[in-house]
Design a protein around this ligand. Structure first.
Ligand SMILES: C[S@@+](CC[C@H](N)C(=O)[O-])C[C@H]1O[C@@H](n2cnc3c(N)ncnc32)[C@H](O)[C@@H]1O
Length: 240
């Protein structure tokens, strides 16, 4: 994923503002996916929004965020003084360089994993597998059936935009059922930010087979509504 695709530190006010991390944090705790004294590493944590919401609800969880972008990590550190933020490339990082305890739960957010090609996911899973401290991975992908039958992408984006900025253009081209190219144009304080990206719709069996080939053996899927639009996502837990 290229840096210029993600609006840098404006992320929180554009795409980031659309995702409901508070709801995701409550979902993880309500379902007991995260419990007292657990350890969570948020992969591609950006400005630390999820870590922030988890800390608000739960004081005893150890929190680490990893992201390649040092500008976003500066914001993350400012608002989350008791979490550890590491600037690393997820495809090559070695968590053992930073922590020595075991049984870390890794979270791989929807907006990161669904923008990776198949080969990139394979490479990422290979690297996660090498990091033996990580024994559980939580991730989110499209609920494929729901997306195809009910989801109106552009309408959803327009209604979710917070006050103060405007999305003037959203062209969505379906390259196939599984690959979508999207062009955005945001107006933020009289500045125009353009962004283009490709999203892939992976079905759960694709993600399952990548992890299973890498030696992970427990795979559980749950439909979830924590993003506020029905059962639009599948939440997946994977264990060694
Ligand atoms: C779509 S954002 C997710 C942001 C985050 N979930 C949040 O809202 O705070 C994707 C993030 O992935 C990070 N990223 C992209 N490629 C990366 C890589 N190879 N290693 C680590 N982080 C990466 C970007 O810097 C960006 O913060």
């Amino acid at each position: 994923m290229k840096q210029d695709e993600i609006l840098g530190i404006e992320y929180n006010r554009t795409f980031g503002a659309i995702l409901n991390y508070q709801k995701l944090a409550s979902f993880l705790l309500k379902k007991k996916i995260l419990e007292d004294n657990d350890r969570l590493i948020d992969l591609a944590c950006g400005t630390g929004s999820l870590i922030h919401e988890i800390r608000n609800i739960h004081k005893s969880i150890s929190l680490v965020g990893i992201d390649i972008d040092i500008e976003q990590l500066k914001i993350a550190r400012k608002y989350n003084s008791d979490a550890l933020f590491i600037s690393e490339d997820l495809f090559t990082f070695s968590i053992g360089d930073y922590i020595d305890s075991q049984n870390w739960i890794a979270h791989l957010g929807f907006s990161f994993i669904n923008r990776l090609t198949y080969d990139e996911i394979v490479k990422l899973v290979h690297n996660l597998t090498k990091n033996k401290q990580i024994t559980c991975v939580l991730t989110e992908i499209w609920n494929y059936e729901y997306q195809l039958n009910h989801f109106q992408y552009d309408k959803w984006y327009r209604t979710k935009l917070p006050e103060g900025f405007l999305m003037t253009k959203s062209d969505k081209k379906d390259r196939s059922d599984n690959v979508i190219d999207i062009d955005f144009e945001f107006h933020i304080n009289d500045k125009v930010q353009k962004s283009s990206y490709t999203m892939f719709r992976y079905q759960t069996d694709v993600i399952e087979s990548i992890f299973k080939k890498a030696g992970w053996n427990f795979f559980e899927v749950e439909s979830s509504s924590y993003r506020e639009s029905g059962e639009s996502h599948n939440f997946i837990s994977i264990k060694r």
